[in-house]
Design a protein around this ligand. Structure first.
Ligand code: FES
Length: 146
């Protein structure tokens, strides 16, 4: 097959343009896939999670993350006001949020949302803060109510 220089360049540029469009479309697409919270409590139903205060949460800023719940000690003593509890299910798309006790903040690695130590939204794409949970304390057992 013989083609002249002009035809060759025309075919080459058309192929490159199609390739570039495909590359740009792939680069601009945002991966919104998420691995939702899993484990023993994938629905995020947190009621009933317990913490043994004789062995856990002994120091201020200690935290426990389990069963889609994060419980943080914010003050000494075993009063209800000495703790904060949140659902660890990210309000954006359901991935698991992690607590950083050195910065007293929460971060969701799925898409980068961050939250302050009281669960308030700092940066999206989430549009609201973490769900705060109520607790009760009986003896040395802290129980997350909902
Ligand atoms: S699931 Fe998207 S930021 Fe958390």
């Amino acid at each position: 097959m013989n083609i002249n220089r002009e035809e060759f360049l025309h075919k080459l540029s058309g192929g490159l343009a199609a390739t570039c469009v495909a590359c740009m479309a792939a680069a601009c697409s945002k991966d919104e896939s998420v691995t939702p919270a899993t484990g023993s409590n994938p629905t995020g139903n947190t009621a009933g999670t317990t913490v043994n205060l004789d062995s856990e949460l002994k120091n201020i800023n200690d935290f426990v993350a389990k069963s889609s719940t994060i419980v943080i000690r914010t003050a000494s003593g075993n009063a209800i006001t000495s703790f904060l509890a949140f659902s660890s299910v990210c309000p954006h798309a359901g991935a698991t949020v992690e607590y950083n006790n050195s910065t007293s903040s929460f971060f969701c690695a799925a898409h980068g949302s961050s939250f302050s130590g009281n669960g308030a939204l700092v940066q999206g794409p989430a549009t609201k803060g973490l769900t705060k949970l109520t607790i009760e304390i009986t003896g040395s057992t802290l129980t997350v109510k909902a």
